[in-house]
Write a new protein. Structure first.
Ligand SMILES: [Zn+2]
Ligand SMILES: [Zn+2]
Length: 455
């Protein structure tokens, strides 16, 4: 039996940017959503995927690749519209989502009064009903209107991005569709890199985050660690403290482990480390799952690191007497967050430094700081124009594959078709051209939101 024209794909969000990732697949009558994210920088209903594109379509399952907000944040809104849809994710993603979605209830109700906010009870209910599926375990899908006796086989593969992150493999008759989610092919400090399915893929739906960044610009892990240690030692020995803004999920745990390892091996000056908030709760989920995910070593235990809680650091002037490292969320220094609060003080201190270690969206306070240097004027960061007195340094510790790795990924999976998502047009163009030139007979789609593609 041929399946041509029986698999339809529509992007609802997150196709041309890192935003509200949400992709619809209809496989022979079974409706599946891959991810259901929220755009972190947009407000109200503009932050949601274009759910209206689902009108008149069947929806049976929502499969979540990982618990970052741009992949899961809109789930409570979707479930109000489709209460019967089954939610599938790895056990670790569900565990983290319980923390992050409850946290979003609090944040959304504080900052966005126009939003039809969901409640803590709704979050509990939706995650209690979610199905957890372990990595590489087989699970069979068959929607209400599935028109064949053959079910769709689902398996999750560790994507190496954050705890619980998965690439999603869907197999149906002769089709093997892999949605990468956010994927890191090589290892980080804790996560040991993605595991890929062994067999050939027919359709690869891949992220393109770093498609427009030359891999050399990101550097390699060893040289970035050494640069980080040299700069940190110089700041700390001059009596300064270091602020590192991070995402609470993923980046914080990786950076904390790197700093701890460098202190233990004697390369980095031993100073107090401050952490706090949601990141400390997520850290326990990392520890608990260190034997069941693809970890660099199950001996790496984050809770064993001696840290102090930055919520107890009320008098910032104390850090002038005692140099320290503060690892604080949010990663993009959004207003009313700890990293934003600390940065206002850090910027006024001559021998202090802010180390940027992650992705910054344009138009965020973090992006303003990341692009400034000592002596510059910052106009919109504080209530008054601010002269930057501290050092600002950027380091690359990516949680996504660099573009050479994305090409490697395509070569290893050798797909007949590639759908490019989760990146800007230039990023997708670079990946697309490279794959086109090096993979024989491959068909490539640079996906746009709303566009329908027949697989
Ligand atoms: Zn992510
Ligand atoms: Zn993402």
């Amino acid at each position: 039996m041929k399946t041509e024209n029986k698999i339809k794909f529509i992007a609802l969000g997150g196709a041309e940017e890192i935003g509200a990732s949400c992709f619809y697949l209809n496989i022979d009558g079974t409706g599946i959503l891959l991810d259901c994210g929220i755009h972190p920088q947009r407000k109200g209903f503009d932050a949601l995927p274009r759910f209206e594109l689902l009108d008149e379509l069947d929806l049976d399952y929502v499969i979540i690749s990982h618990a970052h907000q741009d992949h899961i944040g809109a789930l409570p809104f979707l479930i109000k519209k489709f209460p019967h849809a089954k939610i599938l994710a790895t056990p670790q993603t569900i565990e983290v989502a319980i923390l992050t979605l409850h946290n979003s209830v609090r944040i959304l109700s504080e900052v966005d009064e126009d939003m039809l906010v969901y409640t803590h009870e709704e979050v509990d209910l939706l995650l209690q009903c979610a199905f957890d599926i372990k990595y590489e375990e087989e699970f069979y899908l068959k929607g209400l209107r599935h028109s064949s006796s053959e079910p769709i086989k689902l398996r999750f593969y560790d994507a190496g991005h954050i705890i619980g992150s998965a690439s999603i493999l869907l197999e149906y008759l002769h089709e093997r569709i892999l949605y990468t989610g956010d994927i890191k092919l090589s290892k980080q400090f804790l996560m040991n890199g993605a595991i890929l399915p062994g067999e050939r893929i027919t359709t690869l739906i891949t992220e393109s985050t770093y498609g427009n960044t030359p891999s050399e610009a990101i550097g390699n892990l060893r040289s970035e660690i050494s640069r980080f240690v040299t700069r940190a030692n110089s700041i700390l020995s001059s009596g300064g403290s270091i602020l590192i803004p991070v995402f609470a999920l993923g980046k914080m745990q990786e950076i904390l482990w790197m700093i701890h390892s460098q202190i233990v091996n004697g390369r980095l000056t031993n100073v107090p480390i401050f952490t706090g908030g949601l990141a400390n709760k997520i850290l326990k989920i990392y520890d608990k799952n260190r034997y069941v995910v693809n970890y660099t070593s199950s001996e790496n235990v984050l809770s064993d690191i001696n840290t102090f809680n930055y919520f107890e650091l009320n008098d910032f002037h104390k850090v002038r007497k005692n140099p320290c490292i503060v690892i604080a969320s949010s990663g993009m220094m959004l207003p009313n967050t700890s990293s934003n609060r600390f940065a206002k003080f850090w910027l006024t201190q001559n021998n202090f430094a802010i180390f940027i270690v992650g992705y910054m969206d344009d138009q965020t306070p973090g992006s303003q700081v990341a692009n400034a240097k000592k002596g510059d004027l910052l106009e919109n960061f504080s209530s008054e124009t601010q002269v930057v007195k501290c050092d600002i340094e950027r380091f690359y510790f990516p949680t996504h594959s660099n573009r050479n790795e994305l090409i490697q990924l395509a070569h290893r999976l050798n797909p007949g078709r590639i759908l490019l998502i989760h990146g800007d047009d230039n990023a997708k163009q670079w990946i697309g051209e490279n794959c086109m030139n090096t993979l024989q007979g491959v068909r490539i789609n640079s996906v746009n939101v709303g566009q329908r593609i027949i697989i």
